[in-house]
Design a protein around this ligand. Structure first.
Ligand code: ZN
Length: 408
């Protein structure tokens, strides 16, 4: 890809996505494969006045070796310096940029039971620190091509052409136009307009039905609100765009209010494994049964990660005419696939989907029904036959989606 285009993308991510301010610190997590693009991002951070930029280099190949050779104990525990780093993040609230280029099958063959157990233990420790910085710092997830990921999507092409083609798709889905920031401002405005309408309805629950067999009712909290596009960091008030791309209006339902069955319409890439053609049945808000054509054990294990892992944390509405869906590509990557179509997420909900959450605080949000878990895993349920009705608090039935698209 031409350097001038990549430069534009880097400046969209860092300048508009993260919105790095003078004297802020920035933490970038990226695969070593993406070294050159990371350098563009780092320079862009400094150009905007960042005080210090730190890069955590990641490698799935290295992860795989570690998972295979290390004991469960060494995989599960944080070393003191790792704890110190979490504390540094709590104290300094650096902006966090995650450049995702993972191979969706990158961990296949690894003992996922062991990995799941280790992540469960680490998650518990990390959560204490995460809770303290929740909502207070700017963050952004964006994608860059990795070789294995590109080859999975375009197996007929050689490495170089596959990467180029993945770049083209990432950039067009991320609205990297002649003036990406202007495109994003307009897109952000439309998302906010949709959310305002949804929030004006006084929704008590959403009823999903589809030809795939989905028949699910998800209940909201009294104060659930839909969000979309950019957010403001607590305290500083700095506006940032957490996902590039982002096409969703989403909210957190009430933990414990979901009834019925839902069929996934896309495979789920979970920790380097693909779970395919699966369904989940809910009773009293809890997943009580599930099935999958492939990797059902991994799905079951995921649902058992902790008490909240079997409950819903997110309902997101995405029309089928999103540029990602229009690209016709299944990315095997949550950032893209979740923005192609409607989805739900198992696990943690979002405090900021509760009206006035800043004043209420974490405990009150939990009381109102924001689900708690160490996992947050999105799975896609949208299709051309998905209809969604909102049932309002005063008993009206308002069409929200018809045939996979906005009904208003
Ligand atoms: Zn989402």
């Amino acid at each position: 890809m031409e350097k001038s285009v990549l430069q534009k993308y880097a400046s969209l991510i860092v300048g508009y996505g993260l919105n790095v301010q003078k004297d802020q610190d920035v933490l970038i997590q990226a695969n070593i494969e993406n070294h050159d693009f990371v350098l563009l991002c780092v320079e862009e951070c400094y150009r905007l006045g960042a005080r210090k930029v730190v890069v955590d280099w990641l490698s799935q190949d290295l992860d795989r070796i570690n998972y295979n050779y290390r004991s469960l104990e060494t995989l599960s525990n944080y070393e003191e310096y790792e704890i110190a780093k979490l504390q540094w993040r709590v104290d300094k609230l650096p902006c966090l940029l995650w450049l995702d280029s993972d191979d969706p099958d990158g961990l296949s063959g690894v003992d996922m039971e062991k990995v799941g157990n280790a992540l469960q233990k680490r998650g518990k420790v990390a959560k204490t620190y995460r809770d303290q910085m929740d909502g207070k710092y700017q963050w952004c997830i964006a994608a860059v091509p990795g070789k294995a990921w590109a080859r999975k999507l375009f197996p007929e092409l050689n490495d170089e052409d596959a990467i180029e083609k993945l770049w083209e798709n990432i950039l067009s889905c991320s609205r990297v136009t002649d003036d990406p920031v202007a495109s994003w401002r307009e897109h952000d405005r439309i998302l906010k307009e949709k959310c305002d309408y949804l929030n004006s309805l006084g929704i008590d629950s959403l009823h999903y039905t589809s030809k795939e067999g989905t028949d699910l009712t998800v209940g909201f909290m009294d104060d659930s609100i839909f969000m979309g596009g950019g957010e403001s960091a607590l305290g500083s008030g700095i506006y940032f765009q957490p996902n590039i791309p982002s096409e969703e209006c989403f909210t957190s339902p009430k933990s414990g209010r979901a009834e019925g069955i839902v069929y996934a319409t896309m495979p789920l890439s979970y920790q380097g494994n693909l779970i395919e053609n699966f369904w989940i049945r809910f009773e009293n808000g809890k997943a009580v049964d599930c099935g999958a054509e492939k990797n059902k054990e991994i799905l079951s294990k995921m649902l058992e990660m902790d008490e909240g892992a079997s409950k819903l944390g997110e309902c997101a509405l995405v029309p089928n005419k999103s540029p990602i869906r229009q690209s016709g590509i299944l990315f095997f990557n949550t950032l893209f696939d979740e923005n192609a179509t409607c989805h739900l997420a198992l696990g943690a909900g979002f405090d900021n989907c509760v009206r006035c959450y800043e004043e209420k605080g974490k405990e009150k949000c939990k009381e109102e029904g924001v689900n708690e878990s160490i996992i947050h895993v999105d799975f896609m349920i949208g299709s051309d036959t998905l209809d969604i009705d909102a049932i309002t608090k005063d008993g009206r039935v308002v069409p929200v989606f018809r045939n996979g698209d906005w009904a208003f």
